[in-house]
Design a protein around this ligand. Structure first.
Ligand code: ZN
Length: 262
């Protein structure tokens, strides 16, 4: 599932290929993806405009087409973006295609159909309506301490709660907790000020590193948990078998030796 690092990677990809070109057509191949807008309306509002810039908050990507017109993209379980040059073959699971004046096309690809595309007028208003917390990559240490320090519940559930901190999903939450040496089921109120700082630094490091590597799992450091999650996986630090448990409603993988319940 695309989490903050994946969506940031899509943002940079879109920025490098699809900005400032006149949109000449919008083809909706599967309307499930449209939220609150029809295919005809989407095309009518975007045609003749250009994607001017982008903004990401948590797992949402906003693409500005005009002062009061933003395209909101959410990638669901399997969404991604692909820029197709003239005559390049369209992927089978492309759901919406934006065509530009140079005949290049930006495809919103989504195999499992949980993605969302919407037109909105105001990004801040959208964030408030959804009550999304601060972005996990932009959040300051003091904001982080105030949010995590004052909430009850397990660390895993808190990291996954988009209304507290936006952008972290199941995989990166496990990686962050592994790096911080904290068990997913550890209770937030038991963290000291020093622990909170450590968790914040682990969050920032993991997100930054994943973005720098364009979320290519083959290039992730060998010391990471991410590629070892799953049956038979062993802790990259101590070699013990990893353990799984449902915490915060999701399957968490952790090492009982390296990660303390505090
Ligand atoms: Zn270990």
């Amino acid at each position: 599932m695309p989490e903050l690092p994946e969506v940031e990677t899509f943002k940079r990809y879109l920025d490098s290929r699809s900005l400032h070109q006149r949109i000449t057509g919008v083809e909706v191949r599967d309307a499930y993806v449209l939220k609150g807008v029809s295919a005809r309306e989407l095309a009518r509002r975007l045609k003749g405009r250009r994607f001017e810039n982008t903004h990401r908050h948590g797992k949402h990507l906003f693409v500005r087409a005009d002062d009061e017109l933003w395209l909101r993209l959410h990638f669901g379980m399997t969404g991604s973006l692909e820029y197709l040059k003239r005559d390049e073959e369209t992927p089978k699971t492309a759901r919406v295609l934006f065509t530009f004046a140079n005949n290049g096309r930006l495809a919103f690809d989504d195999q499992r159909k949980f993605g969302e595309i919407e037109l909105i007028e105001d990004v801040d208003e959208f964030l408030q309506t959804r009550r999304l917390g601060p972005d996990a990559f932009e959040i300051s240490l003091s904001q982080f301490k105030a949010i995590v320090g004052k909430h009850r519940g397990t660390l895993k559930a808190i990291l996954l709660n988009q209304q507290l901190i936006a952008g972290i999903g199941n995989l990166y939450a496990d990686e962050i907790l592994f790096r911080a040496g904290m068990h997913p089921a550890a209770e937030a109120p038991s963290l000291s000020d020093k622990d909170l700082t450590r968790l914040f630094r682990a969050t920032h490091y993991v997100l930054e590193k994943a973005i720098a590597l364009k979320t290519d799992f083959n290039r992730l450091p060998k010391s990471w948990l991410l590629t070892r999650r799953g049956k038979g996986g062993r802790c990259p630090r101590c070699g013990r078998p990893l353990q799984s448990a449902t915490i915060g409603g999701r399957t968490s993988w952790s090492c009982s030796r390296c990660q303390k319940r505090i």
